[in-house]
Design a protein around this ligand. Structure first.
Ligand code: AMP
Length: 285
């Protein structure tokens, strides 16, 4: 039986979370140190550990069927691939930044600038779309020092917290691309491997859904149940169980964690008590 070939980073920011995601999806991978290829013992998948910047080409050449990779890397290489699902980690943005001493009012201030970047294709496309005439200075690493050493007037680089820019006396003037890790596939995947991929996507979606969802249990007087059920966003409808104490019930449901803080006051105001929030491991709909 064939297996699907998945590329993940050999080393770097995405590696740990990529392997964690596979583990959460129930895929066992032996910790074969320094091995380029590892087969799972319980799922038809073979993991290829590759250099981040090489992954788009391996997808294009169909040496691997799928990859976990930053959207920014795929877009910069602009080869053929299909993005399947964003994975919610390694979030960052490709931004333009100026030295603190240089002011920025609007996009036309980029005209005539010399901009250092490791993302020449994405930047070129952006400049062309906005009809800006600027020079691109290609640098492969530590782009943020370029203005300080007189190499460029501005930079275009990946930012997540902004602390690297801050430390180098730069400030963000515009974001040109938002990015996160995603699962991407080769456009030449075979039908047999696509069937395996469908099973993998099913598992990954269950893991991702559960990440932001929490199980909520609360007690309420029966008279408050209708109001509370209206406040709680639910999968179908909440489970309502009678408590031993007459006139009281327990409500069970699932909510998105980021909505919990928004609705907690409403729940309490409607009469909810003893609210418990519990993590969910997998969520299959
Ligand atoms: P690495 O191989 O460690 O250089 O990983 C680079 C990838 O990590 C980038 O292509 C992005 O998709 C992602 N990433 C997330 N945040 C950042 C950041 N602040 N700087 C650089 N890369 C980032």
């Amino acid at each position: 039986m064939s297996s699907i070939r998945l590329a993940v980073q050999k080393s770097g920011r995405l590696k740990e979370e990529s392997l964690h995601l596979l583990k959460s999806a129930g895929i066992k991978i032996s910790n074969g140190k320094d091995r380029l290829r590892v087969k799972s013992s319980n799922f038809p998948i073979e993991i290829y550990f590759l250099r981040n910047s090489d992954i788009p080409q391996y997808l294009e050449d169909n040496v691997v069927d799928i990859a976990i990779i930053g959207q920014n890397t795929l877009i910069e290489k602009s080869l053929s691939y299909k993005e399947i699902i964003p994975l919610g980690f390694s979030k960052c943005r490709l931004s333009l930044a100026f030295p603190n001493a240089v002011s920025f009012d609007n996009i036309s201030d980029l005209n005539g600038k010399n901009i250092a970047t490791s993302y020449p294709n994405t930047l070129r496309q952006f400049l062309a779309t906005h009809e800006i005439q600027a020079d691109i200075h290609l640098i492969s690493g530590s782009v943020e020092i370029a203005p300080n050493i007189g190499l460029s007037d501005a930079i275009c680089d990946l930012v997540s917290t902004g602390s690297t820019l801050f430390k180098n006396g730069l400030y963000e003037v515009m974001t040109i691309l938002e990015s996160e890790a995603c699962l991407a596939k080769s456009v030449r995947i075979t039908d047999e491997r696509q069937a395996i991929l469908d099973k993998l996507i099913f598992r990954i979606e269950a893991v991702l859904r559960a990440k932001n969802a929490k199980y909520i249990l609360l007690n309420a007087p029966n008279s408050a149940i209708d109001d509370i059920a209206n406040i709680l966003p639910v999968l179908k409808s909440p489970t309502i169980l009678p408590l031993a104490e007459e006139g009281w019930s327990s409500l069970h449901s699932v909510i998105l964690e980021d909505r919990f803080w928004e609705i907690i006051d409403q729940l309490k105001g409607a009469g909810a008590e003893d609210i418990l929030i519990i993590p969910i491991e997998k969520m299959v709909l």
